[in-house]
Design a protein around this ligand. Structure first.
Ligand SMILES: C[S@@+](CC[C@H](N)C(=O)[O-])C[C@H]1O[C@@H](n2cnc3c(N)ncnc32)[C@H](O)[C@@H]1O
Length: 341
């Protein structure tokens, strides 16, 4: 196997910022679960940082903290380095490296309070995933938190035959052309023989949504040899092998069970193990993308201490955000649930 390990790396990824990976959001999400993280003077690792935009914005917002991004695609690191130096940032560093190689010498990175992998772990080969997880397990300091977002079931079930076809097309065509051919075949089937679409009602919507999505995202979503959505308990098993335990969700609205119907709440609360509880939660909302928090060595504060820490957290309303109409509640949408308040 070559340096790509089956990952689709023929072109660069999109330039995204993902608010759930902000250190303050992560610290708040962890504190709800009782885990305290530093909000100043911390070290933050982005494993698979892509173009580096997210990390650069965070480094600019937290000048007293240190940020490290790693990615194996040279064009990502070249872009990230150029952007960081044109912004004059001194607290962010980018390393061109493969998880498998970095795992052999984790000391070169040092220890971190936060580690994140946004959209990596359900797209990479098993050996790369093992390397990444071993790396995270070793570079997180005790008490540190890993944010891991990935494709999950049941939300991605309907896309499985389509992704299979894309890979088959890719044996004889380049990435974007393979994707195009698979989409055209699916469109023809939908019109001429829709049995598959009856069996998988989510498939038509997924295919339609591609019209509006960035082609740079689409090839890295569907054209990877090891594309494999994971059930949450499979991820929990992998994490526990590197000393990381499930802490909670970084999708904040999902952290509050008041958004579920009483029946679902009762079902979730009756579960004795986090594996079954989280799996049923995914079934309840037809989850397709999880943003999990894992902790290396949980420290449990006393209830009053946690309450004091939560009270000490300050929130500032964003004046640029439109206010709800008089008398109407705020609505926060995430996955299959909606919170109002
Ligand atoms: C879907 S992209 C996500 C990038 C970024 N986290 C974001 O959300 O914009 C996955 C990233 O993983 C990187 N990657 C894949 N395999 C890797 C490996 N073996 N070692 C290091 N980086 C890898 C790719 O280059 C790519 O930037």
């Amino acid at each position: 196997m070559n340096w790509k390990h089956g990952y689709y790396a023929d072109s660069g990824y999109t330039y995204g910022y993902y608010v759930e990976t902000s250190p303050l959001r992560l610290a708040w999400a962890a504190l709800i679960q009782g885990q305290q993280l530093p909000t100043r003077g911390f070290r933050y690792l982005d494993a698979g940082c892509g173009q580096g935009l997210s990390l650069i914005l965070m480094a600019a917002a937290h000048p007293d903290s240190e940020f490290v991004g790693v990615d194996f695609l040279p064009e990502h690191i070249a872009h990230a380095n150029d952007l960081a130096s044109s912004c004059g940032l001194r607290n962010v560093r980018f390393i061109e490296g493969d998880f498998i190689e970095l795992e052999k010498d984790p000391a070169c990175l040092g220890q971190f309070d936060f580690a994140v992998s946004h959209g990596i772990t359900s797209w990479i080969a098993p050996a790369v995933k093992r390397g990444l997880f071993a790396l995270i397990g070793r570079v997180l300091r005790p008490g540190g938190v890993f944010y891991n977002s990935y494709n999950t079931f049941p939300g991605w079930l309907a896309a499985v035959p389509f992704q299979h076809l894309v890979l088959l097309e890719q044996r004889s065509k380049t990435g974007a052309l393979a994707l195009k051919a698979a989409r055209e075949s699916m469109a023809a089937l939908k019109e001429g023989a829709p049995a598959l679409f009856g069996n998988l009602p989510g498939l038509a919507g997924r295919l339609e949504s591609m019209e509006k999505l960035d082609p740079a995202y689409l090839v890295q979503e569907y054209n990877n040899q090891y594309w494999q959505p994971l059930f949450v308990n499979q991820m929990m098993d992998d994490m526990s092998a590197v000393k990381l335990g499930y802490l909670g969700t970084a999708t904040l609205p999902e952290a509050f069970e008041s958004s579920y119907t009483p029946k679902v709440r009762e079902l979730l609360q009756a579960q004795a193990t986090p594996e079954i509880r989280e799996l049923l939660r995914d079934f309840a909302v037809n989850q397709s993308f999880r943003r999990d928090l894992y902790v290396k060595g949980r420290s449990r504060p006393w209830a009053a201490q946690q309450m004091n820490l939560l009270r000490a957290f300050r929130f500032v309303a964003n004046p640029a955000q439109p206010r709800p109409e008089e008398g109407k509640p705020y609505l926060i949408k995430a996955g299959g649930i909606e919170l109002s308040g």
